[in-house]
Design a protein around this ligand. Structure first.
Ligand SMILES: Cc1cc2nc3c(=O)[nH]c(=O)nc-3n(C[C@H](O)[C@H](O)[C@H](O)COP(=O)(O)OP(=O)(O)OC[C@H]3O[C@@H](n4cnc5c(N)ncnc54)[C@H](O)[C@@H]3O)c2cc1C
Length: 441
C-alpha cells in the first residue's frame, strides 16, 4: 500500500481567460504565442521561470542549428528568420552570409567550426546556423511577445488540467477547459479555448491523458568562461579527433568561450527528466563535473590559465523526455517525404541534404480536441527527434501550432478538423518555408 495523503477539496481562482493558452516560454512557446496573437487571438503565455527562452537561453544552448538543408537552401524561415533579424539588429548574433551556405571551402568551415556551427562527420559544407547571446535572446523574446500583444504570466508551474469528456468512446474524446498552475500565490487556473503544450517535456498532454513515449538521457550542463586567451583560435580541427579542449567555442563576447562539454557521457547514468529525484541527482553531479572541468581546463588547457567561470546554465540540458504519440509519428524512414499536410521542415544538424517535412498530424493528440503540441515534444520517433528538437525546428512547429490554434478558434472546429491547406497558406503568408506540396503523395 503506497504511503499517501488526501487533500481537502479546494476552490481554485480562475485568474485569466483567453483564446489561446501557451504553456512554456521556450523557443516553441515564444513562436506559438506570437503566431497566434498575430492571427488576432487573445493569447496568454505561461512560463514556470522568470525569463523566456527555455533551453535556448537558460540552458545556454546558444546555437541555432540549422536553418538550411546542408545543400545551401534555407528550409526554416518565418519567425525563426525574424528572430535572427531581431538579434542581428542588436549586434547579438553571428552567422555565415547567404552567399557562403553550402560552400565546401575548408578555410571557411574551420572558421565556423570555432563558433560551434559545424557538426557531424564530413565532408562538410557551410551551414546556415547562428551563434547568439542568451541574455539578448531573453530581452528580444520578451519585447517581441509584448509587441504582439501576448499576455505574459511568469513564475507559474502547470500542475493540473481540467479535461471535459465529450465523447467517451470517440476521438477526440473531449477538451481541456482549464490549466491549473502552482505559484507563490497558491494554485491558479487559466481558462482557455485552445491550449498549446510547449513545455518541452509534454507536461500538458501527459496531464491530459494523451499517449506518449519517454526517453532517458544523459543530462548536460553548458557553461561559459571568460579570460580565455585567444578563444577564437582554440576550437580547432582537433575536435574531430575527440579532443575535449577543442569544444571551447567562440562567443560574441571577446575572451569568452562557450563550453558544451559539461557532464554528458561521463555521468554515471541516464535520467528521466520528468522525475524530480533524477533531476536532483543530475543537478548535483553535473555541477560537480562542471567545476572539475573548469579546474582541469585551467590546469591543462593552453589559453585557459587565467580563465574564470562566468555562468553555468540555469537549467539542465535535457535533449529528450516525453514525445507525444499523436496522429502521426514521424519516422526516420520518412526523411525527405513531403506529406500533404506538411506545416514545417527542418534539415539535420549532423547530416547534409536530409530534410524532414513535419506533418500537421505530428502536432495533434488523439484525445483532446483543443490541444496541440509544439517544440521538442512533438510526435516523432527517437531518431527524427534529433532533428526536430533543434531550436529552428521548434520555432517552426511553434509557429504552425499558433496559427492552427487561432484557426480552430475562428472556425469553431476541433484541431483535428481544421482546414490544413488554409493553415499552410497562412504559414506561407507569414513567411514560413514550406516544401512544394505537389511533390508528395
Ligand atoms: C545539450 C543540448 C544541446 C543542444 N544543442 C543544440 C544546438 O546546438 N542547437 C540547437 O538548435 N538546438 C540544440 N539543442 C536542442 C534545443 O536546445 C531544444 O530542444 C529546444 O531549445 C527546445 O525548445 P522547446 O521550446 O521545445 O523546449 P524548452 O526550451 O525546454 O522550453 C520549454 C519551456 O517550458 C517551461 N516549462 C516546462 N514545464 C513547464 C510547466 N509545467 N509549467 C510552465 N512552464 C513549463 C520551461 O521552463 C521552458 O521555458 C540542444 C539541446 C540540449 C539539451
Amino acid at each position: 500500500m503506497p504511503d499517501v495523503i488526501s487533500l481537502p477539496q479546494q476552490q481554485v481562482p480562475v485568474v485569466a481567460s483567453c483564446d489561446v493558452l501557451v504553456v512554456g516560454g521556450g523557443a516553441a512557446g515564444i513562436s506559438a504565442a506570437i503566431a497566434a496573437a498575430r492571427q488576432g487571438a487573445d493569447v496568454v503565455l505561461v512560463e514556470r521561470y522568470g525569463y523566456l527562452g527555455g533551453l535556448a537561453s537558460g540552458g545556454l544552448i546558444v546555437l541555432l542549428l540549422t536553418l538550411d538543408d546542408g545543400d545551401g537552401r534555407q528550409v526554416v524561415a518565418g519567425q525563426c528568420q525574424e528572430l535572427v533579424e531581431r538579434l542581428a539588429a542588436r549586434g547579438a548574433c553571428f552567422y555565415p552570409p547567404a552567399g557562403e551556405w553550402g560552400a565546401r571551402d575548408e578555410g571557411l568551415i574551420a572558421g565556423y567550426r570555432r563558433w560551434g556551427l559545424v557538426w557531424g562527420s564530413g565532408p562538410h559544407r557551410v551551414r546556415y546556423s547562428v551563434a547568439y547571446d542568451p541574455e539578448e535572446l531573453k530581452y528580444v523574446a520578451t519585447t517581441w511577445v509584448g509587441e504582439a500583444g501576448v499576455r505574459l504570466m511568469l513564475h507559474r508551474w502547470a500542475s493540473d488540467v481540467v479535461f471535459e469528456l465529450e465523447r467517451p468512446h470517440g476521438r477526440p474524446a473531449g477538451r481541456l477547459s482549464h490549466v491549473v498552475f502552482t505559484s507563490k500565490a497558491g494554485r491558479q487556473a487559466v481558462r482557455a479555448a485552445q491550449v498549446i503544450d510547449a513545455s518541452g517535456d509534454g507536461d500538458i498532454f501527459a496531464l491530459a491523458g494523451e499517449a506518449y513515449d519517454s526517453e532517458r538521457v544523459h543530462p548536460w550542463l553548458w557553461f561559459r568562461m571568460a579570460g580565455v586567451r585567444a578563444p577564437d583560435e582554440r576550437a580547432s580541427e582537433a575536435s574531430s579527433h575527440g579532443d575535449r579542449d577543442a569544444f571551447a567555442f567562440r562567443t560574441l563576447n571577446p575572451g569568452q568561450a562557450l563550453l558544451p562539454w559539461g557532464a554528458a557521457e561521463r555521468i554515471a547514468r541516464r535520467i528521466d527528466a520528468t522525475d524530480p529525484d533524477d533531476l536532483t541527482f543530475a543537478e548535483v553531479e553535473c555541477r560537480r563535473m562542471v567545476m572539475d572541468e573548469v579546474d582541469r581546463l585551467r590546469a591543462q588547457a593552453p589559453g585557459f590559465e587565467q580563465a574564470y567561470l562566468t555562468d553555468v546554465a540555469l537549467t539542465l540540458g535535457i535533449t529528450e523526455s516525453r514525445r507525444l504519440r499523436g496522429a502521426h509519428v514521424l519516422a526516420r524512414e520518412e526523411v525527405d517525404h513531403v506529406f500533404p499536410d506538411a506545416i514545417a521542415s527542418t534539415g539535420h544538424w549532423t547530416k547534409y541534404g536530409a530534410v524532414y517535412h513535419i506533418p500537421y498530424r505530428s502536432l495533434l493528440p488523439l484525445r483532446a480536441s483543443n490541444l496541440l503540441a509544439a517544440g521538442r515534444c512533438i510526435s516523432v520517433d527517437h531518431r527524427v527527434h534529433h532533428a526536430t528538437k533543434e531550436i529552428p525546428a521548434c520555432f517552426a512547429t511553434g509557429e504552425a501550432a499558433g496559427i492552427a490554434a487561432a484557426q480552430a478558434l475562428r472556425s469553431g472546429r476541433a484541431v483535428q478538423d481544421i482546414d490544413v491547406p488554409a493553415l499552410q497558406s497562412a504559414l506561407r503568408r507569414a513567411g514560413a518555408w514550406l516544401p512544394d506540396l505537389t511533390c508528395g503523395e
